[in-house]
Design a protein around this ligand. Structure first.
Ligand code: ZN
Length: 183
């Protein structure tokens, strides 16, 4: 999965820039769990799942995992991402981002319909995102979420993943492992 546009020597630099950029952008955000853990833990978890559990070595995928919520959840623009990381990564982050102006239900439906037509790289980031979210949801349910809401979230995550199966069987297996923890 290695790509020519980013020589290996520069991969570590890219990853460090991505984690620093994301840490800065998410600096005032917390996760929805009871402990209100720092938001940056989430993108770092995705990168770790891809690297350690998926054996993914494509620096663009790891960097995109680290940056995946910056467009959607912070004031970052595509132009800014392009300036810092180039077209390729800015486009990938856009590909894994929800359309900001849509309401929550429409966003969720769109994620399902877009998943099948995503690039393989975007599919990998989506897979890692859903694995991490369901693990968090199972271990530390978001404060104030009803049983019904948590169940719906699990069902929706499975719908998205069902659209992109075939891209990485091992990560799909990891997803299935956590999806059976549906409350
Ligand atoms: Zn995420």
């Amino acid at each position: 999965m290695a790509i020519e546009s980013i020589p290996n020597d520069d991969a570590t630099g890219l990853i460090l820039r991505a984690v620093a950029f994301a840490a800065h952008k998410h600096r005032d955000q917390r996760r929805k769990d009871k402990q209100a853990s720092p938001y940056i833990n989430h993108p770092i978890s995705l990168a770790k799942v891809l690297w350690e559990e998926g054996g993914v070595r494509d620096p663009a995928v790891i960097a995109t995992a680290l940056l995946h919520d910056t467009l959607e959840d912070t004031e970052t623009s595509w132009q800014e991402l392009r300036g810092e990381f180039g077209d390729e990564i800015a486009d990938l982050v856009a590909e894994v981002s929800d359309v900001k102006w849509l309401k929550s239900d429409a966003r969720k439906r769109l994620q399902v319909s877009r998943a099948a037509h995503s690039t393989d790289r975007a599919k990998l980031v989506k897979l890692a995102d859903k694995i991490c979210n369901l693990r968090d949801m199972a271990a530390h349910p978001p404060h104030g979420w009803s049983l019904e809401r948590r169940r719906k979230y699990f069902d929706w995550a499975s719908e998205v993943i069902d659209q992109l199966r075939g891209v990485h069987p091992e990560l799909e297996r990891r997803f299935d492992e956590v999806s059976v923890l549906r409350p």
